[in-house]
Design a binder for this molecule. Sequence first.
Ligand code: UTP
Length: 479
Amino acid sequence: MPQETPDESIIRRRLAEADQEQVLRFWDGLSEGGRRQLLAQLARIDFGLLAELIDEHITNPKPVELPPDLEPADFIALPTTAAEHRRRRRMRGLGEELLAAGKVAALVVAGGQGTRLNWPKPKGTYPIGPMGKRTLFEVFADGILAARRACGAPVPWYIMTSEATDRRTRDFFRERDFLGLPPEDVTFFVQGMMPAVDLEGKLILEAPDKLARNPNGHGGTLPALAREGILADMRDRGIEHISYFQVDNPLVPPLDPVFIGYHADARSDMSSKMVRKRDAAEKIGVFCTSGGRLHVIEYSDPPGKLAREKDGDDLRFEAGSIAIHILSRAFVERLTESERFALPFHPAEKKIACTDEDGNTVKPAEANGIKFEMFVFDALPQASNPVVLEIDRAREFSPVKNAEGEDSPATARRDMLRLDAARLEEAGVDVPRDADGQVTFKVQISPLAARTPEELKSLLARRGITELTDDLYLGPEEA
Ligand code: UTP
């Protein structure tokens, strides 16, 4: 259905009241279509909220104040004793039961612009496998398909996109036959957008007929789940737990029965995985408590002093958040049904493409504006019985954020390779290494070829592989 063009006079009045009329400075030269587009974008702006954000973060900014009673959060540490190992096994059993009962869905947030990676397509389409095989989306699809086969139940996969990634993400899945998954179990939904402002709080034009806008942050997942009918779809399918992960971490197990088990056993509203921070400077948020509630303090928020506080040899605030959660569907429903529910917006100074006075789009060399984003972990303080579960970083966390250096495709590939080489070694294969301990050949093992150590052993035996003498790719076709 064609969208009705918003009334120009109403928009002009709102712009005048908000002192934002500069966005119409190219109006006279715009085509009909250009005018319609700009009006439609302006009509979607919540000017009341925008005024509050500009006041709070630009006109009258206050230093970030952390609650005085902030304490490091408790977490379930990696098991060391026999009893702890037994408990993990019990939790795995519970998680497997829930998967087999069809009560768990996977959800990846893939609406981000991925500006740091500098890849011209949605980040999920990046070929991340160490042997150049499998994109991020395919790595997750393989994990989901392997879990579906293991539990014998359908596991729906929800993919959150944004205006920045939606069309190309859907095309990618369609062109590749939904990556081997039944199309009816793959559902895309689109998150909301936020307008960006310059350092004086003025709306920015990216082109004469287009505002500079950005997806509203991974916290936008919660309102989008409700608005786009995804919660209703989950309810119809009997889904109770949502396994949430980001598109940038190729090591994430999309459906981890151990984590699902801990979450369900505790009757948790929202659970989180954590790693101990590498050092004070590592750019991940930390789990804290205040007023009896769990919080994540984002890495950009804590004053350096807090990040550096020590408890003996360890960092006092060491529990780092890696953006892997399980949310109970009922919790998301409760939050989003409440009139008062709103996650806060966090400002971030960024380089934002904008028009020059001739109407040409230019990319600034320095940060010229502010993007506002919601963070999903800001729902944690509202969660009852939140579980924080420590995991082995080497097995589950290696994010692709930057084009080069730390947290880049190079480090993720290195970590994927290490993990698969270790799996081969555990299965009894001789893996040659150089003087620095680096694996000499490339290895990539799809979970569809072998998910468990036992499956890998039997595959290697079938193939007669006892020593790595060349690059080795064990792909889905091995199954
Ligand atoms: P990041 O915060 O790392 O942002 O997203 P990004 O967009 O991927 O990368 P930069 O900052 O532009 O370089 C973490 C995860 O949250 C998702 C991303 O797709 C990624 O999976 N995300 C982020 C959204 O889905 N929507 C958003 O609005 C922001």
